[in-house]
Write a protein that binds this ligand. Structure first.
Ligand SMILES: [Zn+2]
Ligand SMILES: [Zn+2]
Length: 311
């Protein structure tokens, strides 16, 4: 398996978000358990300009009883919306609630299967995309091999063809990893720690994997080492020289990216190298334990065409 996300419930220490001020989460969610309040948040979202005056917001919700409207609005105030001199506007949590509704996280239930580009690196059979439990993955249609499975909001399936869903999934996985590798949690914005670790618990069925773990919410993204090289300048240039545009190539069609077949791990030196072969030439990229590229080397098949570069 080539990549995954873990929530703290399923893996890692049983530590919740450290909310040290404001309303306890359960009480905050309880405030949302009312259709009028959800209507207010959605009306605020649809308003063309912000802040929105009390009377304008009440009209948008279509509620005649001003006192009742005021009651529900006051329940949201200081938690999901804030009152200003010019009217009401979103607080961060209120906007997140509406986005979650738009993404379908709370409302849609779908599952589907569709063909995607690429062949299984284990058995050569065609690959397929599979959506279930609000997670999208790419897997072999014949054997059990999975090439990554990640949370994907149901809203991302809407108005997209199968090919467009596959392309969106490719981009989403790249960006999740990019953000995490840059030290920012894609879920909560917290600080992310990155480490190369033996895949001893077979989370990905590899010898070695990369874990990005949020220090705040414990959200973890795990992947093969190669996946972190997708936006490496040397790797991108190497592909361009061989006529491959790496940005538009689905990452699961790249063996070095989703398997560890060309990955060598030296735990004593805390070094991992990834070999990428194109047109008879191999680029070997060596990374340290913090996932920094410490060396690159290009080698042509045959004797003389050898060149090396160190960064
Ligand atoms: Zn297979
Ligand atoms: Zn986080």
């Amino acid at each position: 398996m080539s990549g995954s996300e873990q929530s703290p419930e399923s893996d890692g220490p049983a530590v919740g978000p450290d909310v040290d001020d404001g309303l306890p989460a359960a009480e905050a969610f309880a405030l949302l358990g009312n259709e009028t309040r959800i209507d207010i948040l959605q009306a605020l979202w649809r308003a063309p300009d912000h802040p929105v005056a009390f009377s304008a917001l009440r009209k948008r919700v279509g509620m005649r009883d001003s006192a009742q409207f005021n009651y529900h609005l006051s329940k949201l105030t200081d938690h999901f919306v804030r009152s200003t001199d010019d009217g009401y506007e979103f607080q961060y949590a209120g906007e997140k609630v509406v986005r979650a509704i738009l993404a379908g996280t709370f409302t849609d239930r779908v599952s589907l299967e569709f063909p995607v580009a690429g062949e299984c690196f284990e058995c050569g059979a065609a690959l397929e995309g599979r959506y279930s439990d609000e997670r999208l993955g790419v897997r072999c249609s014949a054997c059990d091999t999975t090439y990554g499975r990640y949370a994907f909001p149901p809203g991302g399936l809407r108005d997209r063809s199968d090919a467009e869903v596959a392309a969106a999934f490719d981009q989403r996985v790249r960006h999740l990893h990019c953000l995490a590798a840059d030290g920012v949690c894609p879920e909560c914005g917290g600080r992310v720690a990155t480490e190369i670790t033996p895949d001893d618990d077979d989370r990905l069925d590899l010898d070695v994997r990369v874990d990005h773990t949020c220090q705040q919410c414990q959200h973890t993204i795990s992947s093969p080492v190669g996946l972190s090289l997708l936006d490496d300048a040397t790797v991108v240039a190497f592909h361009a020289e061989h006529g491959v545009d790496l940005t538009s190539t689905e990452h699961w069609t790249l063996d070095w990216c989703v398997t560890d077949q060309t990955t060598a791990y030296d735990p004593d030196r805390d070094r991992v190298s990834v070999g990428i072969t194109l047109g008879g030439e191999t680029l070997t990229v060596t990374l340290d334990g913090d996932l920094r590229v410490v060396d690159t080397e290009r080698r042509c098949e045959g004797a003389d065409g050898e060149s090396a570069a160190t960064v």
